[in-house]
Write a protein that binds this ligand. Structure first.
Ligand code: ADP
Ligand code: MG
Length: 427
């Protein structure tokens, strides 16, 4: 194995052996130099080096020798007097190079957050500080956070950036308290130029961590260093958060990410499929987009499944293969009742359920009534007399209504699209 591959391989072995927190806290920050027979690891500080030597040296020797298939001596040095630090001076959890602004599909639901993130990336410490991004799970918060980091690094590779899942912040703090190394913890955090702290809502109720973070925040903010935070809810609604943190979180800019609309979902699917070298027909894109309510992560899961299914079975992606690929993932048939459908239609057209069942024949009511009859027939396949009973109408009226809507649907693409959405909603 080339010397340069040794440390990455050892890291993989370590990762498999250790709890994720231990790995992130102790090994992710190390830099390495391998020469024949020796692996030199540089830790950011003396305490780090000592701790690793005391706790992990035999394991490291073992894994390194195993990886190199030769005896390896592992040495630990402190960065300043050992090997050069990595050029980007990145520490901790690395940035995901795939999460960039270029790969982030814009849409009305995310344009505010995206624009805010972009201006922070162009002007760290000066545009908005802190930037607070919030939104539901799987809507792109982590993606934007990495995009900010990647963009800043591409402009200035020496910026000291740290991306930290809040969970790691909590664990590092706990370890530092346990090892009586708070001074080092504080130094490490206060020298960061851009702190990207993901999922800050998990600080809820953690008083000691909030206390420490309060001081970290103040030190960075006073120094004009950029802080970006993400959360699954707005600062106002994070439960169990100290008031003084809540006020600080809104000092800069608070931007929300909303669930993507159908068009944005389709654009994301096209973009991701394209990145995988797949061209999906529009009806398949639409089919996948409609299966997922709002979570983009889920959308990706569905898309991947279709891609894998088509690759494995050697079939082309079309509606049938997409349906087959996704069947096991789709929610169990929900059994819509005629009442559900009638209420849904009434709500959509802004009329009362009683009107749909009444005798008013003005178009504003008669048209939604025909649509409701049509949908009950289409979705539940009830007989005309059965539908007649629901609406207190003769079965010939129902038949006429269903035919009218079928015909209109064929010639009116906008009605067709609406009805497709309705039908999908109940399937
Ligand atoms: P969150 O942190 O809000 O839970 P993530 O940032 O992890 O969500 O996003 C989940 C997945 O969806 C990621 O793979 C991300 O790349 C993708 N994603 C979300 N929004 C977009 C978007 N607008 N364009 C492209 N990919 C997106
Ligand atoms: Mg996230």
């Amino acid at each position: 194995m080339p010397n340069s591959d040794l440390w990455p391989t050892v890291k993989d072995l370590l990762r498999a052996r250790l709890a994720a927190d231990d790995f992130d806290v102790w090994f992710a920050p190390l830099t390495a130099r391998a020469t024949s027979g020796q692996l030199t690891l540089a830790a950011p500080s003396r305490v780090y080096a000592d701790y690793i030597r005391d706790h992990f040296l035999p394991l490291l020797q073992d894994l390194a020798s195993q990886a190199a298939v030769a005896p390896i001596t592992v040495a630990l040095v402190v960065e300043a007097d050992g090997v050069q630090p990595s050029p980007s001076s990145q520490r901790g959890t690395p940035l995901n190079p795939r999460y960039t602004f270029a790969s982030f599909v814009p849409g009305p639901s995310n344009q505010f957050a995206r624009a805010a993130a972009q201006s922070v990336a162009e002007n760290p410490g000066r545009a908005y500080n802190p930037l607070f991004l919030y939104g539901g799970s799987g809507l792109g918060k982590t993606h934007l956070l990495h995009a900010i980091g990647n963009e800043i690094l591409s402009r200035n590779p020496r910026t000291h950036i740290r991306y930290v899942p809040t969970e790691n912040f909590v664990n590092e703090l706990i370890n530092s308290i346990r090892l009586q190394r708070m001074a080092q913890f504080r130094d490490a955090y206060r020298s960061i130029h851009v702190l990207l702290l993901d999922d800050i809502h998990i600080l809820a109720g953690k008083e000691r961590t909030q206390e420490e973070f309060f001081h970290t925040f103040n030190a960075l903010h006073e120094a004009g260093h950029q802080i970006v935070l993400t959360s699954d809810t707005s600062p106002a609604t994070i439960q169990g958060l100290e008031e003084r943190l809540r006020t600080r979180f809104v000092w800069g800019l608070v931007a929300d990410i909303q669930p993507p609309d159908l068009e944005t979902k389709c654009a994301i699917i096209r973009e991701k499929a394209h990145a995988e070298g797949f061209d999906l027909p529009d009806d398949v894109v639409l089919f996948i987009a409609r299966r997922v309510r709002e979570n983009v992560r889920e959308l990706e899961g569905y898309l991947n499944r279709v891609i894998v299914y088509c690759s494995l079975t050697g079939q082309v992606p079309n509606l049938d293969t997409a349906r087959n690929a996704l069947t096991p993932l789709l929610p169990q048939e929900r059994h819509a009742t005629p009442g559900d459908i009638i209420r849904f239609v009434a709500h959509h057209y802004g009329v009362k359920v009683a009107d749909l069942k009444g005798r008013d024949n003005r178009r504003s009511v008669a048209f939604p009534r025909q649509v409701a009859m049509y949908l009950v027939r289409e979705i539940l396949a009830l007989s005309y007399p059965e539908i007649g009973k629901l609406f207190a109408k003769h079965h010939s009226t129902v038949m006429y209504s269903v035919e009218t809507i079928s015909e209109e649907r064929r010639s009116n693409p906008s009605l067709d699209a609406t009805l497709t959405t309705f039908v999908e909603h109940f399937r």
